[in-house]
Design a protein around this ligand. Structure first.
Ligand code: MLT
Length: 346
């Protein structure tokens, strides 16, 4: 017959047992924490150990796609792993953005996006993500102007005739854009606002497909980033009426600035930035920021962007803090502008 343990232990024994279980629990918890840090660190040390997906939330062939492919090509050489561009388009970039927001925060799913990361917060009531809370900023990549272009057969011969034609014909003129809150939509809104006209808006999944219709004559006017339009202007497939701002563009020196027609207060510049899902390990983010900074200072990248009329940002702008500040500024300014204009996507 074995010795039966007394049913009621002394007080000291109970306290000792409690202390022991606390110590064991604390030990287990700290080992888990240590383990997760180690795994995170080990993951980061091996990162990237497989191809990375960079989501461009607009259709292939547009300005965003062009810039994304340029950076994917540059960064994959630096990181030593393939970067696959994924054009998940629709709802002014919010579909592709939501896809990245819900993806695993392991550094293998990234988002390249511009102003619509800010404006979609104001435009879509049922957005399934928050542009700040659900993302880690890696850094800004580019900054570039916009240009007002049209199909080659559009009647006005110059900028002054263009302004007069829009004022006379209004809704008879079709204005293409990449969805409510996109850069091309913002530019179109600003143009209609300063000219006091209402045009017939035609949304697309990106200005790549919009440009195809512009070249085919199916749509009249588009305000787009130079990274999507300069080559088509230069080869005569579309025509440019004005740079969307105060100054002429180095990439299109013969095209007047809209300010030359006496139009004031119309200036728009589009900046693309790179993001990862919230919770991506810090060492992984640091590796991505370092690779982005190498890309924005790469002479070949700078030269190719310059050919599209776009600037690579400075190394100081290619940082999480700079992109976070840029995004906050666009949320506060452009989001408010759209709400004031009574624009709502859903
Ligand atoms: C836009 O905001 O207009 C988009 O950048 C167009 C695009 O990249 O397709």
């Amino acid at each position: 017959m074995g010795i039966h343990a007394p049913i009621f232990k002394t007080q000291t024994e109970t306290k000792f047992m409690k202390l022991k279980s606390h110590i064991r629990r604390a030990l287990v918890l700290s080992l888990c924490a240590l383990g997760s840090v180690w795994v995170g660190h080990a993951t980061a040390q091996d990162y990237p150990s497989k191809p990375i997906t960079m989501v461009m939330p607009y259709a292939a062939g547009g300005p965003g796609d062009t810039i994304t492919r340029l950076f994917a090509g540059s960064m994959q050489k630096i990181l030593g792993q393939q970067i696959v561009v994924d054009n998940t388009a629709g709802a002014s970039g919010s579909i592709g953005t939501a896809k990245v927001a819900r993806s695993k925060p392991d550094g293998y799913s990234l988002l390249m996006i511009h102003v619509s990361h800010a404006t979609n917060l104001a435009m879509y009531k049922n957005l399934s993500y928050h542009p700040v809370d659900d993302f880690e900023p890696i850094g800004s990549a580019t900054s570039g102007p916009m240009v007002i272009v049209a199909r080659t057969e559009f009647p006005p011969k110059d900028l002054n005739e263009f302004v007069a034609y829009l004022k006379t014909n209004q809704k008879k003129v079709s204005l293409a854009h990449a969805g409510v809150g996109s850069a091309s939509h913002l530019c179109g809104l600003m143009m209609m606002n300063v000219l006091g006209v209402q045009l017939n808006e035609i949304p697309y999944k990106g200005t790549g497909p919009a440009l195809t219709d512009l070249m085919g004559g199916q749509v009249d006017v588009l305000c787009d980033q130079t990274s999507g339009t300069v080559p088509s202007v230069k080869n005569g497939k579309i025509k440019a009426y004005a740079a969307a701002g105060k100054n002429r563009l180095s990439s299109l020196p013969e095209t007047p600035a809209i300010a030359e027609a006496g139009v004031k207060g119309f200036e728009i510049n589009i900046s693309f930035g790179l993001y990862a899902p919230k919770g991506t390990p810090k060492p992984v983010l640091e590796k991505l920021t370092a690779a982005l900074q190498k890309s924005v200072t790469d002479p070949d990248v700078i030269k190719r962007l310059d050919g599209m009329g776009v600037s690579a940002v400075s190394i100081e702008q290619a940082t999480p803090a700079a992109l976070r500040a840029h995004l906050k500024n666009e949320i506060d300014t452009l989001g408010g502008l759209l709400i004031k204009a009574g624009v709502q996507a859903n």
